[in-house]
Design a protein around this ligand. Structure first.
Ligand code: SF4
Ligand code: SF4
Ligand code: SF4
Length: 234
């Protein structure tokens, strides 16, 4: 198991502790209650991470991404429309709108966990944990590996925001570069991409233009022709 998979697996193991810290519903609820919580810090960190490390949060840190990788399944069976801008836009609006209107009026960092600091600390929490994890497993089995990440996840909006801030400010960030002339178009990179990106086509056209890459490095690992490299680039 490589370093990325080890970190991501650890993140999944810790999910009974961290579930609430990553919960989209709870951050929206907290914003409506004018409460600054640790979830706001987590999602700000995701934006910051995306500025400098692209989508790496999703391949290293996110426990839900890790869970989808653990499910033995194949690539998504169908190409679906990318709904992440839509789901993420609604999600982001629900977080920001109440804050613009009222701001923060209190701080409760371990929101919903004041006594325990642990997300799963009761039978009710355990049921919620299983509902969430089993739903993700079922979606992955039925629709394919990382379908949720590729097409639906509202949290990906923070990656888009961070990456666009980085591009706008011309800040250096982790990017994949390619030497097209070495490519044999074997398509191993495309077939192994966790986000279903047509990597071989981008290499062929010498045009690496995607905000869907989560920097998992699988394409680099499977390419036998040393075409792909990771670099800091503006
Ligand atoms: S797309 Fe969403 S669920 Fe998938 S790894 Fe990223 S934040 Fe997690
Ligand atoms: S795996 Fe390497 S050689 Fe094969 S298509 Fe991808 S970039 Fe080209
Ligand atoms: S396989 Fe390559 S292109 Fe696909 S998400 Fe991972 S690093 Fe990005």
């Amino acid at each position: 198991m490589n370093l990325r998979k080890s970190i991501s697996f650890l993140s999944f193991i810790l999910l009974p502790i961290t579930l609430n810290y990553f919960a989209p519903v709870l951050i929206v609820q907290a914003s409506f209650e004018k409460t600054f919580t640790i979830m706001h810090i987590i999602f700000l960190l995701m934006i910051l991470s995306a500025i400098f490390f692209g989508g790496s949060w999703c391949s290293y840190i996110c426990p839900f991404g890790a869970l989808q990788e653990l499910v033995p399944t194949t690539k998504p069976k169908h190409k679906l429309p990318n709904l992440k801008w839509l789901t993420g836009g609604v999600f982001f609006t629900l977080i920001i709108a109440p804050l613009i209107m009222h701001g923060f009026q209190k701080i409760i960092l371990p929101y919903h966990m004041v006594d325990t600091k642990v997300s799963v600390s009761s039978f009710h929490d355990l049921i919620r944990y299983y509902i969430i994890t089993i739903s993700i497993i079922l979606i992955t089995i039925v629709l394919g590996k990382r379908t949720w990440c590729q097409y639906i996840c509202p949290m990906y909006i923070f990656n888009y925001i961070g990456m666009n801030i980085g591009s706008f400010l011309k800040l250096p960030s982790l990017k994949i570069t390619c030497k097209s002339e070495k490519c044999t178009q074997c398509k191993r990179c495309t077939n192994n991409c966790l986000m279903g990106i047509e990597v071989a086509d981008m290499v062929k056209n010498n045009n690496w233009n995607t905000k869907e890459c989560i920097q998992c490095g699988e394409c680099l690992n499977v390419c036998k022709c040393d075409v792909l490299k990771r670099k800091w680039k503006k």
